[in-house]
Design a protein around this ligand. Structure first.
Ligand SMILES: Nc1ncnc2c1ncn2[C@@H]1O[C@H](COP(=O)(O)OP(=O)(O)OP(=O)(O)O)[C@@H](O)[C@H]1O
Ligand SMILES: [Mg+2]
Length: 358
C-alpha cells in the first residue's frame, strides 16, 4: 500500500531566518509529486524535513495520518536520493547496494534477493562487481537509486538527482524514474528547478517561491491556468511573453485592453476596472504570423532561430518590448524585417499589479 503525505502549516526557521512560511499540502498515496521553483525557494529544506534530516520548526507532518515530526529518520520508511551520488568508492556496486541492509542487521540470504531485484529493475546486473570509479555518471546515479530501492521504503524522495548528468542522459534517466514509479507504485517526491522535468514526470506539481506555495496542480492545469504571473513565467518553455497593458473598458461579456498602443477586445469579463495598469501574457507558441486571430502588433525581427522542427523569432514591439514568437516547422522569415504577430484571445492571460491572474 502506498503512503499519503500531509503537510500542515509546516514552517522552517534557521535562528531568526524564516525560510518556509507555513506550507499546507496533501500528497495522495502513490502520487508522483514534483517540487519546482527557483534556487533558494526551499525545495530541499522541505524535502529534508519530510525525510527527518531537518527539524520541523512549526506545523505537522503526517504519513498515513500518523504524526512524524518527532519520529527518527530511519523509522519513517523513507529513502532519499541526492544529486551527489555519495557512493562508497572502495566498495563494489553490490556492496554499495547491500551495505545499508547489512548495517540494519539483515542476513546475507535476505540481502541477496533484494540487491538482485534492485539491480534488475535498474538494469545494472552486469555492473555489480565494479567499483563506482569504473561507472559512468548515469550508472552511478542508478546505483544511488538502487540503494533506495533495496530498503523498500514507503516513500522515495529525490533531490535534483539528474543535475550532474548531461542533457541526453537526463532525458533517459527521467524516463527511467517515471517507469520506476509506474512499476513500484510508491509515493515519490521529486525536487527540481527544471520545469521540463516537472512537466514530464509529475502527477502533481507544487510551484514554490520564497518558502511559499504559489500553485499546486497537474502539469497542464498549471500551463493552461496559471494562478499568477510567477507560475505563468515559470511553467512553459520558452517563457511566456509579458507586455505592459491597460484596461480600457470592462463589459459583462468582454473587456477591452490596450496593449502596444492597440485596443484589443478579449471575450471575457476581467476582474479589473477601466484605467487599471495590468500585464498581458501570451505564450510564444500561442502567437502566429499567419492570418487569423487578433493582431497584437507589428514587430521587428531581431533574431531568427531555425530549430528544424520549429522556428523561433525574437522580436521587438513598436514600443520596444521583447516578444518571442514560436512557429511550427521551418518558416521563411528574415532578421531585420517585420511581421504582424497575432494571437488567439482564448489563450492569453492578464495579471494585475500584484501578479494575480484576473
Ligand atoms: N542551514 C541553514 N542555515 C541558514 N539558512 C539556510 C540553511 N539551509 C538553507 N538555508 C536557506 O534556506 C533557503 C532555502 O534553501 P534550500 O536549500 O531549501 O533551497 P532550494 O530550493 O533547494 O535551492 P536550490 O535549487 O539552490 O537547491 C535558502 O535561502 C537558504 O539560504
Ligand atoms: Mg536544493
Amino acid at each position: 500500500m502506498a503512503t499519503s503525505v500531509v503537510l500542515q502549516k509546516v514552517e522552517k526557521r534557521y535562528g531568526s531566518l524564516d525560510v518556509i512560511h507555513g506550507i499546507d499540502l496533501t500528497i495522495d498515496p502513490g502520487e508522483f509529486v514534483v517540487f519546482v521553483g527557483p534556487s533558494g525557494c526551499g525545495k530541499s529544506t522541505l524535502l529534508r524535513m519530510i525525510a527527518g534530516l531537518e527539524e520541523i520548526s512549526g506545523g505537522g507532518l503526517l504519513l498515513d495520518n500518523e504524526r512524524m515530526n518527532e519520529v527518527a529518520p530511519a523509522k519513517r520508511g523513507i529513502a532519499m536520493v541526492f544529486q551527489s551520488y555519495a557512493l562508497y568508492p572502495h566498495m563494489s556496486v553490490y556492496k554499495n547496494l547491500a551495505f545499508g541492509l547489512e548495517t540494519a542487521g539483515y542476513k546475507k540470504a535476505q540481502i541477496e534477493p533484494k540487491v538482485r531485484r534492485a539491480a534488475e529493475i535498474l538494469q545494472i546486473e552486469k555492473l555489480l562487481e565494479r567499483k563506482p570509479k569504473a561507472l559512468s555518471g548515469g550508472q552511478r546515479q542508478r546505483v544511488a537509486i538502487g540503494r533506495a530501492i533495496v530498503r523498500e521504503p514507503r516513500i522515495f524522495l529525490f533531490d535534483e538527482p539528474l543535475s550532474n548528468l548531461d542533457a541526453e542522459l537526463r532525458v533517459q534517466m527521467r524516463v527511467e524514474i517515471s517507469r520506476l514509479h509506474r512499476n513500484l507504485g510508491n509515493t515519490m517526491i521529486y525536487v527540481t528547478h527544471d520545469q521540463v522535468e516537472a512537466m514530464t514526470m509529475a502527477d502533481k506539481i507544487v510551484v514554490l517561491n520564497s518558502g511559499r506555495i504559489e500553485q499546486v496542480g497537474a502539469p497542464l492545469d498549471l500551463y493552461n491556468n496559471p494562478a499568477n504571473r510567477f507560475v505563468a513565467g515559470f511553467i512553459g518553455s520558452p517563457k511566456m511573453n509579458f507586455l505592459k497593458a491597460k484596461i480600457e473598458r470592462v463589459n459583462d461579456g468582454d473587456t477591452t485592453i490596450n496593449v502596444c498602443g492597440s485596443s484589443i477586445r478579449l471575450p471575457r469579463r476581467l476582474k479589473g476596472s477601466a484605467g487599471q495598469e495590468v500585464t498581458f501574457g501570451i505564450r510564444p507558441e500561442h502567437l502566429s504570423v499567419a492570418d487569423g486571430g487578433i493582431a497584437l502588433a507589428t514587430v521587428d525581427i531581431d533574431l531568427v532561430e531555425n530549430l528544424g522542427g520549429a522556428t523561433m523569432l525574437y522580436t521587438k514591439t513598436p514600443d520596444g518590448q521583447n516578444l518571442t514568437v514560436a512557429l511550427d516547422g521551418q518558416q521563411k522569415v528574415e532578421r531585420g524585417t517585420n511581421v504582424t504577430a497575432s494571437f488567439d484571445p482564448a489563450r492569453c492571460h492578464v495579471f494585475d499589479a500584484s501578479g494575480a491572474t484576473i
